[in-house]
Design a protein around this ligand. Structure first.
Ligand code: SF4
Length: 312
């Protein structure tokens, strides 16, 4: 498709065609959208996980599950259920290091969040008020969203995982569905929580499916979005799957920046050198910090979210 430099995106070019633009034209458009976005949210929002438990009821397990890799590496947060005291200490350390937000994580434990997890969330939110808290629990039912709002959460981090049901079930044969996740995001808004969502790329999705996903994100109207790369990890069934192409990742994020509201915080995972080559034009203003640069953390550093960062 021919370039589109010099033309402002006014919603008249279908999202699907944005994805077909040559990369210079797409980055030109996203660069102008990024200027508006960074005028609203100029600072990088930093976010780190608080892993409550590595337990997961998804069966069969996800074929890309990074947590399996981290468990095999013996990372304590993924092996042990953590006490409120340990979780609170970690939250204090994140706040002391200047982090803006934290997301509680568990494996998917079903549609109704277990009471003991909810109580831990409530206790940590009350004990460390300097952070904004989000929940990474996979698709939950309506009641759980209202319970979490009462417990002190700011929002939910519920990824679509993939913009394609076909691809979704290829790497995630068990557990909640893409439709469940869309429904959960409706509950998120209904409960007055902020919606943080997105999807993974590099798992075999095509441009039509990504265009559908970007339109779905726009319709959801999320406060934050993470469009992140699949990475193959040892000890997973997908260890031999090729990693995500950087240009594809940049293209999808640039198109997202164009179609999403300028107030959207767009998170980068700092994948290889994508930020260096494309970050300014995409206007990333959210950042995952899984090993915060502070001696306050000692050796406790937690790994990122499920499968890949915003999974579950
Ligand atoms: S990616 Fe998350 S939901 Fe899937 S098996 Fe791993 S921990 Fe469970």
């Amino acid at each position: 498709m021919r370039g589109w430099s010099g033309v402002s995106w006014d919603g008249s070019l279908p999202t699907r065609q944005l994805l077909d633009l040559d990369i210079e034209s797409l980055l030109d458009l996203s660069g102008r959208a990024a200027e508006k976005a960074l005028a609203i949210n100029p600072l990088t929002v930093t976010a780190a996980p608080i892993i409550i438990t590595g337990a997961c009821t998804t069966s069969p397990g996800c074929r890309h599950c990074k947590w399996e890799h981290l468990k095999a590496m013996g990372r304590p947060p993924f092996i042990d259920d953590r006490s409120v005291g340990a979780l609170t200490d970690w939250a204090h350390a994140l706040a002391d290091a200047g982090m803006h937000r934290a997301f509680f994580g568990t494996g998917w434990l079903g549609y109704r969040l277990p009471r003991q997890v909810l109580e831990k969330v409530e206790d940590v939110c009350a004990a460390e008020p300097r952070l904004e808290y989000y929940g990474l629990f996979g698709a939950l039912d309506r009641q759980s969203h209202f319970d979490l709002a009462s417990a002190g959460l700011t929002g939910m981090l519920t990824s679509l995982e993939s913009p394609s049901e076909r691809v979704y079930r290829s790497f995630r044969p068990g557990g909640d569905s893409l439709a469940d996740r869309l429904k959960a995001l409706g509950h998120t808004k209904e409960a007055g929580l902020k919606a943080w969502t997105g999807f993974l790329v590099g798992l075999g999705e095509d441009a039509d499916e990504v265009a559908w996903g970007l339109d779905a994100l726009r319709q959801i109207g999320p406060e934050s979005v993470s469009i992140l790369p699949f990475e193959p990890f040892e000890e997973t069934a997908m260890r031999d799957h090729p990693p995500t192409d950087e240009l594809w990742l940049a293209r999808v994020n640039a198109a997202a920046r164009v179609v999403l509201e300028p107030s959207t915080v767009l998170f980068s995972d700092h994948y290889r050198d994508v930020d260096e080559r494309f970050g300014a034009a995409v206007g990333f203003n959210g950042s995952y910090i899984t090993t915060p640069p502070s001696k306050a953390f000692g050796s406790q550093a937690e790994g990122p979210g499920h499968g890949d960062r915003p999974g579950s």
